[in-house]
Design a protein around this ligand. Structure first.
Ligand SMILES: [Zn+2]
Length: 222
């Protein structure tokens, strides 16, 4: 189990990687890590480059920040509601990445244009219904779109991805953004062929064992 300081450092490291990875612009994204009955989330409006681990805000599952001078991200509620509803999730990333946001502006789900979509948990990545940023309605829409999934688009807004760790959530955000770019490009040539449910069942079955791989990789890296 990581110390609270290590968990704060993880939030900062992942937040700082968003802009260089082309997943976000400015300070619009947010990143969190689960603790026992709270979570650590990026503060509102603090540039990632100057953000200190001590400025990461701890928020209880009751929505009350624990002794911080800074306000949590305006989307803290999405993080809180996902952690409470989904005990398997250990980290969450929310970004306004270009291609996910482009598809989300059409309120389009991403279909199975590539088998790798199974990494998000199913044969589609849903687009959550539109609601104003920072509202309980938006959080409710995200929870609904995330049923059986680890990622979703947010209508006219961006995307959310999650995983057992915040590093896994970041890796999935990269996959979702790549899929969104691929789908956008494929649409330029007309409607692409979508993998059918039977094939996606096979892929999802294979991914159950494929899911062991990231742990092997992290052991090598560590
Ligand atoms: Zn946002």
């Amino acid at each position: 189990v990581k110390s609270v300081h290590e968990a704060r450092e993880d939030v900062v490291t992942v937040a700082r990687s968003l802009n260089p990875m082309g997943l976000n612009q400015g300070t619009s994204g947010n990143v969190s890590v689960r603790r026992r009955d709270s979570f650590l989330v990026t503060p509102s409006g603090v540039p990632y480059d100057s953000m200190k681990a001590s400025e990461v805000v701890e928020v209880g599952f009751d929505g009350v920040p624990h002794g911080s001078a800074l306000l949590p991200s305006s989307e803290w509620r999405i993080h809180r509601d996902l952690y409470v509803a989904r005990p398997e999730l250990g980290g969450i990333v929310h970004v306004h990445s270009m291609f996910a946001s482009t598809l989300a502006s059409h309120r389009k789900d991403i279909p199975a244009v590539h088998y790798i979509i199974a990494k998000a948990g199913g044969s589609t990545i849903r687009c959550a219904e539109y609601a104003t940023f920072g509202t309980p309605e938006l959080s409710a829409a995200v929870l609904k779109a995330m049923v059986g999934r680890k990622a979703c688009l947010l209508a006219n807004h961006g995307m959310v991805s999650a995983g057992d760790t915040v590093q896994a959530a970041l890796a999935l955000a990269v996959e979702v953004e790549n899929l969104a770019a691929l789908y956008w490009r494929a649409l330029q040539l007309g409607p692409p062929v979508i993998l059918d449910d039977a094939e996606m069942e096979r892929v999802l079955e294979k991914f159950k064992s494929y899911g062991v791989q990231p742990r092997v990789r992290s052991l090598r890296a560590g």
